[in-house]
Design a protein around this ligand. Structure first.
Ligand code: NAD
Ligand code: LMR
Length: 329
């Protein structure tokens, strides 16, 4: 079988980091052939065409075809998977929500083009910021497609959280599990260690040995480090994260398609779980079962966790109001 994958913004930084890994089989495995549809705006076409030439030169056995276009109807034609990356990145001193005015206008028309042209089972992952609210806009514009098909990338935040815990504990990152992100892909996000384990044991006890006062460390060190990591990368690198973002997008889509053994994090539509208003695209602890994300339900939340989640969700509500006032919802 061949999977048709649309990547918007394929001429940009993250697009370039995604294409070659997907063509090499990192997303769907060594047996699944792929067909790329690279959607750009006119200014980005040359870069996407150049990437397409390099894909030829990669002589990837799995890669069947590459189409470069600035026409959304062509770009989303028959798409089984769509990665909506094309959007402006933020620069130093900006918050991701500052991108709403610049980027929100992209996602309504793309949602409509997906509904009109993609495969009926299409699965959409929004990477472009502010990712949660852009996914909300795309879902709202995609008549006939369930909102469950539209997700926002928060896996990068989870990967960052697990990596910071592993560094602190001096343990391999794969031993650290169950560190979900709640809320918005923004500085208000809540990386939650209350259910986290290291080598199968609760993480809190191991952390106490190293950091002493765990609640203070979470509040003053861990949570801000993870939540502001995007800004730290921008400050150090001069531009926003690229390869780690592409890596997380691959993790997210691979797990969506192939399933998960344990929890992970994704921005998915709320049906009211944990008091998150229905319809918002919020990050939750999720599992992927039979090709669908399922929110992990029934977790006990401390007052601290509840307060953090409420604050991030309040920001999502504000973003929804802002795009409503821009006439995009
Ligand atoms: P970039 O500027 O290098 O590339 C963006 C590309 O998108 C450009 O080639 C541009 O021409 C194209 N584009 C713009 N509007 C488009 C449209 N309407 N249709 C198709 N293509 C369009 O930026 P980048 O570094 O690749 O980042 C892309 C986005 O991803 C940014 O919004 C960034 O903030 C976001 N991002 C999100 C995460 C996350 O974890 N969710 C992580 C990193 C970056
Ligand atoms: C990130 O988390 O690295 C991206 O969302 C880019 C940004 O603006 O921080």
């Amino acid at each position: 079988m061949t999977t048709t994958i649309t990547i918007t913004g394929a001429g940009g930084q993250i697009g370039y980091a995604l294409l070659f890994r997907i063509a090499a089989g990192d997303l769907l495995g060594p047996d699944e052939k792929v067909r790329f549809r690279l959607l750009e705006i006119p200014q980005g076409l040359a870069a996407a065409e150049g990437a397409a030439l390099e894909l030829q030169d990669g002589a990837f056995g799995l890669l069947q075809h590459v189409e470069v276009t600035d026409d959304p109807a062509v770009g989303f034609d028959g798409a089984d998977l769509a990665l909506l990356v094309g959007a402006r990145p933020r620069g130093p001193g900006m918050e991701r929500a500052d991108l709403l005015a610049a980027n929100a206008g992209i996602f309504g028309p793309q949602g409509a083009a997906i509904a009109a042209n993609a495969a009926s089972g299409v699965r959409v992952t929004v990477v472009g910021n502010p990712a949660n609210t852009n996914a909300l806009i795309a879902a709202a514009s995609a008549e006939g497609l369930p909102a469950e098909r539209f997700t926002a990338l928060t896996r990068l935040d989870e990967n960052r959280a697990r990596a910071q815990l592993a560094l602190t504990l001096g343990t391999p990152v794969e031993t650290v599990r169950r560190v979900p992100i709640w809320g918005n892909h923004s500085a208000t996000q809540f990386p939650d260690i209350s259910h986290a384990t290291v080598g199968g044991e609760p993480v809190a006890a191991a952390l106490e040995q190293i950091v002493g006062d765990v609640p203070a460390w979470l509040d003053q060190t861990f949570i801000p480090r993870v939540a502001k990591r995007g800004a730290e990368i921008i400050e150090v690198r001069g531009s926003s994260s690229v390869a780690s973002a592409a890596n997380a997008a691959i993790d997210h889509v691979r797990d969506w398609v192939h399933g998960t053994e344990d929890w992970t994090s994704a921005g998915v539509v709320s049906h009211g779980e944990y008091g998150v208003p229905e319809g918002l695209i919020s990050s939750f602890p999720v599992r992927s079962v039979d090709g669908e994300w399922q929110i992990v339900e029934g977790l006990e939340l401390s007052d601290f966790a509840r307060g953090r989640i409420d604050a991030s969700v309040a920001e999502l509500v504000e973003e929804r109001e802002a795009v409503r006032s821009l006439g995009m919802l």
